[in-house]
Write a protein of this length. Structure first.
Length: 192
């Protein structure tokens, strides 16, 4: 059975994007510092050692569910996020450019529908979830199963927080901790 899993790099003070996070500056100032662990050995897409194991887990997912803001800032991943279907939760129809990306599907009838479609497309594999607003909605709806936080040893001091607004207290169980020189990767299961 598919699980919905957030994969997100975050500063120690809770930021997933730096200051000035806007369309012309996706991720804000200093954003790439949060992803240095991913490129620690100079390779693109899979660090050596234990960090590589974390990337393998992420790339084993069968679909991506992302919020519109994140999808647009990432240019819809140019239609390819590790070769799996991409579902974008939005209140509005997609922009015309998305027609060039057959693997991208906009879902405008709500989070439950988007999650159902992503899990069906994942074929029993997990669904990778991205986007702060989407994650907050998914936690509120009880639709997020796990969180994989890549805790980066830096204090950004400002920017966009992952858990800026939560509807209520959320209890988590620690599933796995992978410690590398670049980051501590903590996998949590959400108590439903």
């Amino acid at each position: 059975m598919s699980s919905s899993v957030l994969y997100m790099s975050m500063s120690l003070d809770g930021y997933i994007a730096g200051p000035n996070d806007e369309p012309g500056n996706p991720g804000g100032d200093g954003f790439m510092r949060l992803h240095d662990w991913y490129y620690a050995d100079g390779q693109s897409g899979r660090p050596a050692g234990l960090g590589g194991k974390v990337v393998d887990q992420m790339n084993a997912t069968g679909a991506v569910l992302v919020g519109r803001r994140t999808a647009e800032q990432a240019s819809h991943y140019n239609g390819d996020h590790h070769g799996v279907p991409i579902f974008v939760l939005s209140h509005r129809p997609p922009p015309p450019a998305v027609a060039d990306y057959p693997s991208v599907t906009y879902v405008t009838d709500g989070l439950p529908s988007a999650m159902t479609q992503a899990k069906a497309a994942a074929g029993g594999r997990d669904v990778l979830v991205h986007g702060a607003d989407l994650v907050q909605q998914a936690l509120e709806a009880g639709a997020l199963d796990e969180l994989q936080i890549h805790q980066i040893p830096v204090l950004l001091g400002a920017g966009r927080r992952l858990f800026d607004v939560l509807p209520s207290r959320v209890e988590l169980d620690i599933v796995e901790v992978v410690d590398t020189s670049q980051a501590t990767h903590i996998r949590y299961r959400v108590r439903h």
